[in-house]
Design a protein around this ligand. Structure first.
Ligand SMILES: [Zn+2]
Length: 424
């Protein structure tokens, strides 16, 4: 199906300039076109007169399957949260149930304008099936742990490669995802570098999230987690680093020189008492910064509008500067910067001629968005995500007028509740 989207305000991206302009755009197949021959192809006309048409938001770090643990382990110490509450539940959850918890995550992402997410998961097949069926774009990665990829990490690694071969296509891509320096040995991390380079895959990990990680790394390796990973060759322009809260010594310079992307997760870091990543210092050092929600057990939402608002407000507060983290820079973090990290600039995270048609229709008549004195500000400071009316991914609607196209929401709620009753 081809579409002519008419009458709306459109957030365009041309030669590095993010702008809001009233204009028509076309969707031909899975691609945005700024012009089209209306006599040649059939176009269904979409009246976007009351909407902002913006690029889909990209959630650069999450664990979609964790929706079952939303609000399950709050107000507890970080180590207790991870090792005593989250990990034991993960070990008992049935694989098939993760299909439903992933679908619940897709529902929330669509409702709040996310069209692409970078995932670290436990249940490969179920994650892939849920994203594919919901029509959501994903970079999926099996969380890897252990000392040696080819022995104790082998079943997880071979699953990751199997899933890549079975499911990789236009919507789903795969990313190598060692969990963290404290759950992966030096040998395994080095093997991940070699495998990701051999296979041309991106790699991601959690890094310098809490101070225990930094202190233990100094004791064990005599250096900071950032320096340790850099010395293993892990940091590169194909590397995505979640958190990076506890920056020490010359960590920021090392990340800047490597070309790695930092994904900030402000709600998760604040909620788990880990503090605030130095986002403004990252940006000043020329580091590509993107935004993630983390999982629903540490946030507890997958709502990128709330996350954009937090990035802006937290860093104005931390910097004691009302000009820090301005709205248009934060919107870039959730769109074009994310696409750059995924090596998909020009294709994802932007509305430009030839980009993928991943579009979000935001209702500007909602009270929280009216009057539209400054739409970029509205997105950061006023929106709560409920203003998202429709979502298109790869030229196909995944949610239209707040109705899911291919998800049976009532069934998802029923199945997730059944699991909660049985396992939590
Ligand atoms: Zn995480």
């Amino acid at each position: 199906m081809n579409y002519k989207i008419t009458g709306g305000q459109v957030m365009t991206y041309t030669n590095g300039v993010l702008a809001i302009e009233k204009r028509d755009i076309y969707v031909v197949g899975d691609t945005i076109r700024f012009t089209a021959d209306e006599t040649k192809d059939n176009f269904e006309v979409i009246d976007a007169g009351s909407c902002l048409v913006m690029p889909g938001l990209i959630n650069m770090h999450t664990h979609a399957y964790m929706t079952i643990m939303r609000n399950y382990a709050d107000d507890v110490d970080f180590d207790e949260w991870l090792f005593k509450r989250v990990m034991p539940v993960e070990d008992t959850l049935p694989k098939e149930g993760a299909y439903w918890t992933n679908l619940l995550a897709m529902m929330e992402m669509l409702r709040t304008g996310t069209t692409c997410f970078v995932d670290m998961h436990m249940f490969h097949e179920q994650s892939c099936r849920a994203a594919s069926e919901a029509g959501v774009r994903g970079y999926i990665g099996r969380g890897l742990v252990g000392e040696d990829l080819y022995s104790d990490g082998w079943s997880r690694f071979s699953q990751a490669i199997e899933e890549k071969e079975k499911y990789e296509g236009d919507l789903l891509k795969f990313i190598l995802s060692p969990h963290a320096i404290y759950s992966c040995g030096t040998k395994l991390l080095t093997q991940v570098v070699e495998e990701s380079e051999k296979r041309g895959m991106l790699r991601q990990t959690h890094l310098s999230e809490g101070m225990n990680e930094v202190d233990n790394c100094r004791k064990q390796h005599g250096k900071t987690p950032v320096a340790y990973l850099n010395d293993l060759g892990f940091l590169s322009d194909h590397t995505i680093l979640a958190h990076c809260v506890q920056m020490q010594d010359d960590d920021i310079d090392i990340i800047a020189r490597s070309g790695s992307t930092v994904v900030t997760n402000p709600a998760s870091n604040a909620k788990l008492g880990n503090g605030f990543a130095p986002v403004c210092d990252f940006a000043n050092a020329g580091i590509n910064v993107a935004i993630g929600t983390d999982g629903t057990c540490s946030n507890n939402t997958l709502n990128m509008f709330r996350e954009m608002g937090l990035v802006s407000l937290i860093h104005k507060g931390v910097q004691r500067s009302s000009t820090a983290a301005p709205a248009d820079e934060v919107v870039r973090m959730a769109t074009v910067n994310a696409a750059r990290a995924l090596r998909r600039s020009g294709e994802l995270g932007e509305i430009s001629d030839g980009a993928k048609a991943d579009l979000v229709f935001v209702d500007l008549t909602e009270p929280s968005m009216f009057p539209a004195n400054n739409i970029m500000s509205s997105l950061c400071y006023s929106a709560n995500g409920s203003e998202v009316k429709s979502v298109m991914i790869g030229g196909k609607f995944a949610m239209k007028n707040r109705e899911y196209v291919s998800i049976d929401a009532e069934r998802v709620r029923y199945e997730v509740q059944k699991m909660v009753d049985a396992y939590l």
